[in-house]
Design a protein around this ligand. Sequence first.
Ligand code: PEP
Length: 251
Amino acid sequence: MRPPIIAGNWKMNCLLNEAADLAAGIRKLLDGFDGVEVVVCPPFTALPAVRQTLNGSRIKLGGQDMHWEPKGAFTGEVSPTMLKDTGCTHVIIGHSERRHILGETNDMVNRKLKAALANDLTPIVCVGELLEERQMKVTREVVEKHVTKAFDGIAAKDAERAVVAYEPVWAIGTGLTATPTQAQEIHHFARNILTRLYNEATAQRIRILYGGSVKPDNIRTLMAEKDVDGALVGGASLKAADFNAIARYKE
Ligand code: PEP
């Protein structure tokens, strides 16, 4: 019912030639593969080069962030229309590195989510707790706040086009992965919040990805969980062979 997504977040990696090589490697391995929706999110500078490399393939392109305004005096920012202009269909919003290193607030995440939906981009909105928050046993409160604030003022018909990524911050880039049981517990909890905010049908349509040290050897057990609808992959998305193996987890 919910088509799985495997999305690669390249973060601040890859010069132009490296990005084109990585995209070409991924294309070679995944061209024509339609088992899941595959998205790659290179840095802004590499979007045109990656688009060119992926042209005509099923692999989709996403931005790693964007501003909510269409244009104007926002030095250093990139607008939704600029992302679309480079061929993006997706955009990551509220990644924990933006929230915790660059000071992105729930209000900014909400504005970005609304702007992405208004511009027909598929937002991948990231939520998740810090290690201290998990240790203090407030994971549910944190996720509830992230989800509720992100979707504030968004109608059900738009919300169902969004994708949520549960990314426990302690699992990002650390090699520590949430167990499938831990992931399922929070995915189920997040879906219940979406049911409360909207309704059962809408919540059942929203895809919830897991992110945090996803690798070829742990994707299968994570994807076996009922509420895990795909993965947002950081480090392993920088190796074409690993990203291919993750996308082909069913094989
Ligand atoms: C991410 O950047 O969203 C991520 C999950 O990174 P990693 O897979 O490297 O933990």
